[in-house]
Design a protein around this ligand. Structure first.
Ligand code: PTT
Ligand code: SF4
Length: 609
């Protein structure tokens, strides 16, 4: 096999055993790698209905045939599990040297089962795997932990680790690497914590055999060069994702006051333009020549790496109009190992619950001190922080009295930073994202602002499926960063060509679409299997966007239309070959070669032809 190793490292933390599983080429052809490999393993091996915190849950660390190779922005990895936040399929994508070292160590993926009784970390060096004591690391933040591991093992390693939030099983704890890269929004860090696994350290020294090295080198040189030649390269290097603050304001999608509004008078105080003036450093993921990690000093003088989502969620969404203070909350989240989007969302939710007298404590909008305290208390599950650690869906069910209408999530995953009162297509993108409300699979809003904003039409559905195939299917299984294509317009044709040059298997873009559709249908089957009472309303965005119109900005009065949304959702299902309950049809499953799901789904929901 070329491009892939055909080897999965299997680790059992309960028995402190490991072994290597050899896989044949068929599974790789069908799923490519990354997310595809992860969902196939989770579907095949997880006992249905398990508690995500039980030792039976699996932690899958999966690379793809292009990740970790010297190709544009390839230093990425998928981390996946059954999510403790959503109880469905959960994954995240993290930029990390662990991607490069995993490839060099000779594995396509690591699959971890069981749980240790005491804190441990894994040290993997090619074929050698050690279970190391982590008592001294447990309780430390992610930055200290990284420092300690580097001191012990040297700089030439890749790390994946958790902070106090993962240890305390905060349902949206993430995995952190390289002091500030984060992955696994749906609580993949908490799964790692439930296994008492503080860190994974990888060092690899080998190179995989590639089908056509010369061609891959040629594609690599050409694509790196094309990236540098792009018109908006300089602006990207200056602002990265932070340019989205001004864009969000101009297009009325900037989440404001827990997604009550979509514009904010103080947006300039958290903008990319201001960030540029404060910038002290730029960072990024391995093998990237368009690095987008913009670092400023926070209000305590510490370096903090900003991205749009983090700033919008800790800025406009909670009405905190000071970029340095926002940077402090962001830095704390990285150190503690909390997802910034879910944390910012949970803060917005609790501020609104306080305003509506649904909780005893008074927490004002924009209260920086309270936000800081709550963030730390969440990571350690202290007092009200323990409530926030459950995420907005669970908090709202507990509070009742209308709280569910302003709990901004889909399927339990908090919405990322785009208001959708005036963006039905993006609302559908959030609602049908395979991990719950995340923009990663389809940032439809970028296209929707150039279309008829209020249309619920076929064009939007087609574009949504196209984006899901490319972003959620191709990039998540290759596994490389999608931003060279999304932000700078790198020619998409490079990717099937690189895939073919690496593996020797000929892939056209249509072959990749088919893999993507297979991955989507299998993830959907996983959700249906794991969720009692699956129904189409799990594919709906929060009620706030249907019921409470915007009261400010160019789209004052805008809200979503329930009936039109339902029709657009049906169209989406039809195009995917799913019935109007959101269940893949038998014929679709057969066409995609997912026969193994048929008896299971037949028994749970019954299948339509
Ligand atoms: C991603 C989500 C995002 S998406 C952001 S900012 W973004 C938040 N970043 C967080 C952070 O930082 N610290 C923290 N404690 N929590 C955070 N939560 C949020 O997590 C990220 C970049 C970005 S920055 C984006 S869009 C792109 N995402 C990609 C993706 O999903 N797939 C892919 N093939 N390429 C991508 N490229 C870009 O990567 P999740 P990262 Mg990420 C600090 O993790 O779970 O997928 O959620 O990994 O290495 O930090 O790179 O405006
Ligand atoms: Fe990482 Fe940004 Fe480069 Fe993507 S563009 S690989 S997120 S630094």
């Amino acid at each position: 096999m070329k491009g892939w190793w055909g080897r999965i490292l299997r680790v059992d933390l309960s028995r402190k055993k490991y072994w290597v599983q050899e896989l044949n080429g068929e599974i790789y052809k069908k799923y490519i790698g990354g997310r595809g490999l992860a969902v196939k393993i989770l579907w095949d091996e997880l006992p249905p209905g398990i508690d995500p915190f039980s030792p039976h849950n699996l932690l899958v660390i999966a690379s793809g045939p292009l990740s970790g190779l010297p190709l544009p922005s390839s230093g990425k990895l998928v981390v996946a599990s059954k999510s403790p936040l959503t109880l469905g399929y959960g994954d995240g994508n993290i930029g990390t040297m662990a991607s490069v070292h995993l490839k060099k160590a000779g594995y396509d993926a690591i699959v971890i089962r069981g749980a240790s009784r005491k804190p441990i970390y894994l040290y993997i060096e090619d074929d050698r795997v050690e279970f190391r004591d982590a008592e001294d690391l447990w309780g430390r933040d992610t930055f200290e932990t990284e420092d300690k591991l580097v001191k012990e093992h040297g700089r030439n390693i890749g790390t994946l680790l958790i902070g106090p939030a993962g240890e305390s099983l905060v349902r949206y704890a993430t995995i952190i690497s390289m002091k500030g890269r984060s992955g696994g929004r749906p609580g993949i860090g908490a799964v790692m914590g439930s296994k008492k696994l503080k860190a994974i350290v990888i060092r690899g020294t080998k190179n995989p055999e590639l089908a056509d090295e010369a061609e891959l080198r040629r594609l690599s040189e050409a694509s790196y060069k094309e990236i540098l030649s792009k018109e908006n390269y300089d602006f990207w290097i200056r602002q990265g994702t932070m340019a989205t603050i001004v864009w969000g304001q101009e297009n009325s999608v900037l989440p404001t006051m827990n997604y009550r509004e979509a514009v904010w008078d103080h947006y300039e105080e958290i903008s990319g333009d201001l960030m540029e003036k404060l910038k002290v450093e730029r960072r990024g993921c391995p093998y990237c020549n368009m690095q987008c990690g913009n670092v400023i000093l926070d209000d305590r003088g510490e370096k903090s790496e900003l991205d749009y989502e983090n700033v919008a969620m800790f800025g406009s969404n909670i009405l905190l109009n000071d970029l340095r203070k926002v940077a402090t909350l962001n830095k704390l989240a990285d150190k503690l190992g909390l997802d910034t989007i879910s944390m910012g969302n949970s803060l917005g939710f609790i501020m609104e619950a306080s305003e509506k007298n649904l909780i005893d404590e008074r927490i004002e909008w924009g209260d920086y001190k309270a936000a800081q305290r709550l963030l730390i208390d969440t990571a350690y599950r202290r007092g009200l922080g323990s409530f926030l650690a459950e995420g907005v869906m669970r908090m709202s069910r507990w509070l009742r009295n209308g709280a569910e209408e302003f709990a901004m999530h889909v399927k339990g995953l908090e919405i990322s930073a785009y208001d959708c009162h005036a963006a039905p297509g993006m609302a559908l993108a959030f609602a049908t994202s395979p991990i719950g409300a995340h923009h990663k699979d389809a940032w439809l809003i970028g296209l929707e602002v150039k279309m008829d904003r209020f249309a619920y039409n076929e064009e939007k559905v087609d574009k949504l499926i196209f984006l899901q195939r490319i972003r959620g299917g191709m990039f998540e299984s290759l596994t490389t960063c999608r931003l060279p294509w999304v932000e700078l317009g790198l020619n998409l044709d490079y990717y099937p060509k690189m895939l073919t040059a690496a593996t020797g298997v000929t892939y056209t873009i249509n072959d990749i679409y088919e893999v993507a559709d297979r991955i989507y249908a299998l993830i959907r089957a996983f959700w249906i299997r794991e969720h009692d009472g699956w129904n189409r309303y799990m594919d709906y965005p929060p009620m706030r966007w249907f019921k409470e119109p915007l009261s400010r900005g160019p789209y004052t009065g805008a809200k979503l239309d329930l009936e039109k949304y339902g029709k657009m959702l049906n169209l989406y299902y039809d195009k995917r070959g799913w019935d109007h309950r959101g269940v893949p049809r038998r014929s679709t499953l057969v066409k995609l070669g997912l026969q193994e799901t048929i008896p299971v789904l037949e028994k749970i929901v019954g299948l339509e032809d």
